[in-house]
Design a protein around this ligand. Structure first.
Ligand code: MLC
Ligand code: AMP
Length: 496
């Protein structure tokens, strides 16, 4: 029996001396080095008691070791569960309780926070410079490992996405889900071993992990792995790179810098944007400055990538292109087909669509149609050429700099603050992050509303910094419609 993802992404690189990961410290890891390191880490996983199908929770900085741990999970049959490094102890506790991992991996400086919430599970550490206990144990392990068989429907990743109910849901991604998407994207975007990818995205989300790394591994492309998004480094790297994947904030920040010129981007083959809407004006301004038409694609954690603008055909600003090969997309309203060009909810079916939410069969059933389409909650139109435009969201969701923020999660925290009667959290336009978060607060007593410091203290204890409201507005009451539903559109109009 085979191991679908390992055999396609990692095994072919055994013995390949070509450079794979170019790191911030100027060193480079070859493909062969990477496969050996993955094998060493796979030994550590097994020694620690991780068995095929077990989850491995990882909240650690972006590094070559982090990616080798991903590859090691694939090779040893474990399920990789990466977490945003910004999550607080309270947030991580939920994921550990829900996913019940066999091992937790964290940064050395988080060990005191993570150990009590992981017990009795083992905890190993990983830092950016091979200094953690996981790396030390790996150094002593053999550089080959007997790959554990995994079938197409076996899980390779468990990625949590927040829900409109405020509870995060683990999206179960199978080997087939991930590999089918990697093949489609590599072919469509013509990624080859001649490419060099500027990788400035986090590696704990679908975009930076699966879209970027799985395609690069499949194609044998070199990756300039940046620890974080940094404009100076990107401008240094542009002349010797060919490919970049980013969220719209990357492109608005590049445009805000005079170093972005046609000359500097001359060696680049392709700029790709996704995870949030790219404004048509950003697309146009980028083309004016560099001669490159950004290729916008659209996807979700639960589905991988769904649509993409074409590589050779027209890349139309403001649209997300057509369904990927093998992926079916339809637009429906109340379960019926939406007339062409009208707005409805986008539904998707294909090998890319996940296996369901971890331990939440009811929630999975709610989001799937009887004929097997996943209901994305995104509002879209489709034209006669099957080209899709995302026009909004049926779900109450803010996307800030490519990070999803679910208002309900923040409202739950704020509602528990003494002196708060009720709250409504909503997104307003922001030139850098696309959207930013504002909280409307209705105090119990209009004369003594809770101050911003009290509210900030409450969210700081519970939630990652990127979810914190950037502004609080105190209101006598929330605007509601005749059904009693809070009118967030009204709040956005009044306080945007
Ligand atoms: C950072 N901060 C944010 C933020 N990112 N606040 C709101 N929204 C964000 N996205 C805050 C920090 O907490 C900090 O707060 C301050 O901003 C500066 O932090 P930083 O680390 O220096 O920020 P920076 O490096 O500038 O990060 C911005 C960014 C980053 C755009 C580079 O957010 C990013 O990498 N975003 C990409 C997210 C992503 O990969 N999404 C894909 C999801 S997958 P303070 O006040 O303490 O200073 C998906 C599916 C699909 O959506 O289709 O791809
Ligand atoms: P996530 O749950 O983090 O995977 O985020 C998925 C959501 O990001 C989708 O449901 C969309 O709302 C949004 N999204 C991703 N790509 C795009 C895009 N190109 N344009 C608009 N929205 C996007």
């Amino acid at each position: 029996m085979t191991n679908l993802l390992y055999d396609a992404l990692i095994a072919p690189h055994q013995g390949n001396p070509a450079p794979f990961l170019a790191l911030d410290d100027g060193t480079t890891l070859s493909f062969d080095d990477f496969t050996k390191r993955a094998a060493q880490i796979a030994h550590v996983l097994v020694q620690t008691g991780v068995k095929s199908g077990d989850r491995v929770v990882v909240q650690a900085p972006k590094s070559a070791e982090f990616l080798a741990l991903y590859a090691a999970c694939l090779q040893s049959g474990a399920v990789f569960l990466p977490l945003n490094t910004a999550y607080t102890q309270a947030e991580v506790r939920y994921f550990i309780e829900d996913a019940d991992p066999a091992l937790v991996v964290c940064a050395p400086n988080a060990l005191d926070d993570i150990t009590p919430i992981s017990a009795p599970r083992p905890v190993l550490t990983l830092d950016t410079a091979q200094g953690g206990t996981l790396s030390h144990a790996a150094d002593a392990a053999p550089t080959t490992f007997q790959t554990v068989p995994r079938g197409a429907d076996d899980l390779a990743g468990l990625l949590y996405t927040s829900g409109t109910t405020g509870r995060s849901k683990g999206a179960m991604m199978s080997h087939r889900n991930l590999l089918s998407n990697a093949h489609s994207l590599k072919d469509l975007w013509q990624i080859t071993n001649q490419d060099r990818l500027i990788h400035a995205l986090p590696v704990f989300h679908t975009h930076g992990l699966f879209v970027a790394m799985n395609t690069a591994l499949l194609a044998g492309a070199q990756v300039r792995l940046m620890g974080a998004f940094d404009l100076d480094t990107i401008f240094d790297e542009l002349p010797r790179s060919t490919l970049m994947m980013g969220v719209p904030t990357f492109y608005t920040r590049l445009l805000g810098d005079p170093r972005l010129t046609r000359d500097r981007a001359a060696n680049m083959r392709l700029f790709i944007s996704g995870s949030a809407p790219l404004l048509a004006e950003t697309h146009t301004a980028f083309e004016d400055r560099t001669g490159h038409r950004i290729l916008e694609r659209y996807g979700m954690t639960e589905t991988n990538m769904i649509t993409s603008n074409p590589y050779d055909g027209p890349r139309i600003a403001g649209t997300v292109g057509m369904a990927l090969p093998g992926v079916e997309v339809r637009i429906r309203t109340d379960g019926q087909p939406t007339p062409e060009g009208d707005i409805g909810t986008l539904e998707v079916r294909g090998a890319n669509v996940f296996q369901g939410y971890w331990n939440m069969p009811d929630k999975t059933a709610e989001d799937m149609t009887t004929d097997g389409f996943f209901i994305t909650g995104d509002l879209a139109t489709m034209d006669a050429d099957a080209r899709v435009t995302i026009v909004g969201r049926a779900k109450d969701l803010i996307i800030s700099g490519g990070y999803n923020i679910y208002p309900k999660e923040i409202e739950d925290v704020l509602n528990a603050v003494p002196g708060v009667l009720e709250t409504a959290v909503f997104g307003v336009p922001d030139p850098d992050f696309g959207e930013t978060t504002v909280a409307a607060i209705v105090p119990t007593d209009a004369d003594t509303p809770p101050d911003d410091a009290t509210l900030t203290h409450a969210v700081t204890a519970a939630l990652a910094r990127f979810k914190h409201p950037r502004r609080y507005v105190v209101l006598p009451a929330l605007p509601r419609n005749s059904m009693g539903k809070v009118q967030k559109t009204q709040l956005r109009a009044d306080h945007g």
